[in-house]
Design a protein around this ligand. Sequence first.
Ligand code: APR
Length: 220
Amino acid sequence: MTTSPKDIPTLSDLYSSNEIPQAENESKYGYDEGLNKRVSIWRGDITKLEADMIVNAANSSLLGGGGVDGAIHRAAGPDLLEECEGLGGAETGDTKVTKGYELPSKYVAHTVGPIYSSRAVDKCAKQLKSCYQTSLESCQNHGGGAIGFSSISTGVYGYPIKDATEIAIETTRNFLEKDQSVTRVIYVVFSKKDEEVYKSIIPQYFPPPPSASSDDNQQE
Ligand code: APR
């Protein structure tokens, strides 16, 4: 059973149905309904997502592993590994694209996230930002459409989920403002906790419509 982006609510839908909590902090970006229709948070298995591209949290060998990497290789079948064997690995922060094979998605973007180190926070942040940026560019270069992201580096690689999510969402906002080819970014979260983190942070970068109540205040 696969899930198509058209069956996944957008952020605009989630705001309308009050499923996003009030922003914890002041929004850093302006309200943009068009952008809010191009972003989703979806709790599910990325190997079941029928997107144009899904993003794998790979390692530098690009030859598979555990976690989401293992799930994607198992679901895609042996041809994925065969194509990966010809890629020659990748540096941290870089992304290489393969076909999706037996996955419902057309392509897989294999991005190599940083192994988190509290002694190199700035370097890790730059590398993680590059993972999201180069993955989005890969989608743009492969015809655009819908891209599903797993939460890069936040599992085995130990990146604190809140810090990683800030980077993921801010990089996406800045990219979508300049690009029209990527029609939907779906953050695929694998736990309730991660879903709550994404929902608590996203209003800072993709704010909700100005609320009617604040308009009322202005009329008084
Ligand atoms: N669908 C969506 N998300 C998943 C799935 C899945 N089927 N399986 C795991 N996840 C989530 C995890 O819960 C975590 O939030 O993907 C996120 C990334 O976790 P990891 O897979 O551990 O990836 P990462 O932290 O980037 O570590 C990468 O782990 O598997 C190895 O080969 C991989 O060496 C690399 C390292």
